[in-house]
Design a protein around this ligand. Structure first.
Ligand SMILES: Nc1ncnc2c1ncn2[C@@H]1O[C@H](COP(=O)(O)OP(=O)(O)O)[C@@H](O)[C@H]1O
Ligand SMILES: [Mg+2]
Length: 278
């Protein structure tokens, strides 16, 4: 983000408007996930400050904001990945399927099958391509045809054609972009409802990143995608809704992506997206 002019020319919602034509208009779908008065602390440090937002189903919602503003923390609250961090404390609700995921009777492992996650650095297991994708199916005791589901998942992740003749070779032998698509296949194999992605293209070259962007657009026909990105052009290209977090874990503005990038309500948001800070 060096200057306002290049940002303005790059942040266009044309691609988004075209590519999302086949999805119903916003407002005609239900809510997949809702945060209600969510606060998150690491020890005494507050990382998320009273965030309330409803995330539409079968849409791409982008979370943007400067480094350290709580984007990853917020994402990890949704499938309780923060449970793994000893000093992390969550207050407030995250509703999924009409239930607060922080209630005592929610099984976090079952929750994570319904809300899969993909990370910044592709992290395939040191296993075959097939076993990587089948991993979650085995844990859940999948009773269907595993090979069939592996194929479907690899197809849905736009990787099948590249790997169909080498399913027994190690996932680690693939290129970075292929590894990330493998991780996406692994996340969607158990047929989740929501896929969380934390800067999934930032470790990839532009061509590999662009393939993942195309894939995300396809995924939103079937899944709710919630993606953290520090790349504002990417948010403008691929998301339907954008949430802008600023320092201190405050959700400053949340709206249709076109509105956020073309005519935000908040001066702080305008300053951020035009590169004045952050
Ligand atoms: N595991 C952790 N332990 C302690 N503090 C953390 C941990 N993870 C994140 N934080 C702090 O929480 C705040 C938000 O971090 P994070 O959610 O990673 O932001 P972002 O993803 O927007 O860069 C930062 O101040 C960060 O230092
Ligand atoms: Mg982060």
């Amino acid at each position: 983000m060096s200057n306002t002019t290049s940002d303005d020319s790059l942040i266009t919602t044309e691609v988004q408007a075209d590519s999302n034509d086949d999805r119903a208009p916003l407002g005609e779908t239900g809510t997949a996930v809702a945060a209600r008065n969510l606060d998150v602390y690491y020890g005494d440090e507050q990382a998320i400050d009273d965030v309330t937002m409803e995330i539409p189903e079968k849409r791409v919602t982008a979370l943007i904001g400067p480094s350290g503003c709580g984007k990853s923390t917020f994402l990890r609250c949704i499938n309780r990945m923060n449970d793994m961090i000893e000093i992390c404390r969550v207050e407030g609700d995250v509703e999924f399927g009409g239930k607060n995921v922080y209630e005592d009777d929610v099984d976090p492992v079952a929750l994570r099958r319904k809300i899969g996650m993909v990370f910044q650095k592709p992290n395939p297991f040191p296993k075959s391509i097939r076993d990587n994708v089948a991993y979650g199916l085995k844990i859940q005791g999948y009773e269907g045809d595993v090979d069939e589901r592996v194929e479907e998942s690899l197809k849905a992740a736009a990787l099948w054609d590249e790997v169909k003749d080498q399913l027994d070779s190690s996932g680690l032998e693939l290129s970075g972009g292929q590894q990330q698509r493998l991780c996406i296949a692994r996340a969607i194999a158990p047929d989740p409802e929501v896929v969380l992605m934390d800067e999934p293209t930032s470790a990839l070259d532009p061509v590999a990143a662009s393939k993942i962007e195309d894939l995300i657009d396809d995924l939103a026909e079937e899944y709710t995608v919630i993606i953290v990105t520090h790349n504002m052009q990417q948010a403008a290209r691929i998301s339907d809704r954008t949430a802008v977090f600023l320092t201190g874990g405050e959700l400053v503005e949340y709206d249709d992506t076109a509105k956020i990038f073309e005519d935000p309500e908040e001066q702080r948001v305008e300053d951020y997206i035009t590169g004045k800070f952050g």
